[in-house]
Design a protein around this ligand. Structure first.
Ligand SMILES: Nc1ncnc2c1ncn2[C@@H]1O[C@H](COP(=O)(O)OP(=O)(O)OP(=O)(O)O)[C@@H](O)[C@H]1O
Length: 293
């Protein structure tokens, strides 16, 4: 009997090699290599149009790379369909929360978790199976603080609550890798505090890649950062060092208002940390970058 092929225990949760995506003459993602260990808390930042969302799309499978490879837990998924990637453990939230307003809060999460459930067949025909789905969905709503609103139509939620529901839906498949696209966008300070608490409380079994302009969120949640500029990796390294890197500040300084704000936030955040006056910058070259923080 041939033993089943299993990934080595040390296999990174995600291994991107020379990932490239072109749209006509524009190279949106340009030779990005990145290796993330299990349980990583990794942020991707950069100016508008740097290729951050495109990178998430390539990892999730909603867009295809022209060149390069993607491995999840040691398995090549470069050509794997989006739905299968999702069943393999990749989940994502969107810049605009993907919430179905006509459904209840609970049923949004039930629906998101349904393709992942071992007893998914016939869920809508069997009350007992539907109950299994709702129990699991209820736990995710508790995680994001929406359990009390489970039976309300999603249409009645505030923007912040819709973001939390989108997060609960992403968690519904018990992902190994969670891709978050600007989860703090449009949130109040109170909502951002709640978001930080929720994401900070997720178990290490869930690795997170966070695309975020809000640098305080990046500084608090991530242990490592990749800075993209024009599709290329400008810097990858431990969060404090990456945010303090002079090229990062320059890159942000030369772009629009969001980037300038992020630069200023970064400077303040870094300055507030002990030893911040001694950053040890590390610039990533074109070779694979290990993002252990
Ligand atoms: N489907 C597409 N067709 C053509 N060009 C695209 C497509 N998707 C993205 N682009 C272009 O690729 C570049 C990278 O876009 P992307 O959305 O990944 O940047 P981003 O870093 O996420 O920006 P933002 O911070 O504004 O969300 C941009 O110039 C964008 O206009």
């Amino acid at each position: 009997m041939t033993p089943a092929k299993t990934a080595a225990p040390s296999a990174p949760v995600l291994d991107l090699a020379h990932l490239t995506r072109r749209y006509g003459s524009l190279t949106a993602v340009d030779g990005v290599s990145l290796r993330l260990p299990a349980g990583a808390r990794h942020a991707v930042i950069g100016p508008n149009g740097a290729g951050k969302t495109t990178l998430l799309n390539l990892i999730a499978g909603t867009d295809r790379a022209d060149h390069g490879t993607i491995a999840l837990n040691g398995t090549d998924i470069t050509r794997t369909a989006t739905a299968k990637r999702s069943r393999l453990g990749i989940a994502r939230s969107f810049q605009q929360p993907a919430v179905i307003s006509e459904l209840t809060v609970l049923d949004n999460v039930v629906l998101a978790g349904w393709p992942h459930h071992p007893k998914r067949r016939g869920a809508w025909r069997s009350p007992s199976r539907y109950r299994l789905h709702t129990e699991s969905a209820g736990r995710h709503l508790e995680t994001v603080g929406l359990a009390d609103l489970a039976h309300r139509p999603a249409a009645t939620l505030s923007h912040g609550q819709r973001r939390m529901l989108d997060l609960a839906a992403a968690l519904a498949g018990d992902p190994r890798l969670l891709l978050l696209d600007e989860p703090a966008a449009g949130l109040t300070d109170g909502d951002i505090g709640r978001l930080l608490g929720i994401l900070g409380g997720l178990p290490d079994s869930v690795a997170i890649i966070l695309v975020e302009h809000h640098v305080e969120v990046v500084a608090q949640l991530s242990t490592s950062v990749t800075v993209l500029a024009a599709g290329r990796v400008l810097v990858t390294g431990p969060t404090r060092e990456a945010l303090a890197h002079p090229e990062v500040r320059d890159a942000y300084h030369n772009t629009g208002t969001t980037a300038e704000r992020a630069r200023d936030d970064a400077a303040e955040t870094v300055a507030a940390e002990p030893g911040a006056e001694d950053p040890v910058p590390r610039v990533a070259g074109p070779s694979t970058t290990d993002a252990r923080g």
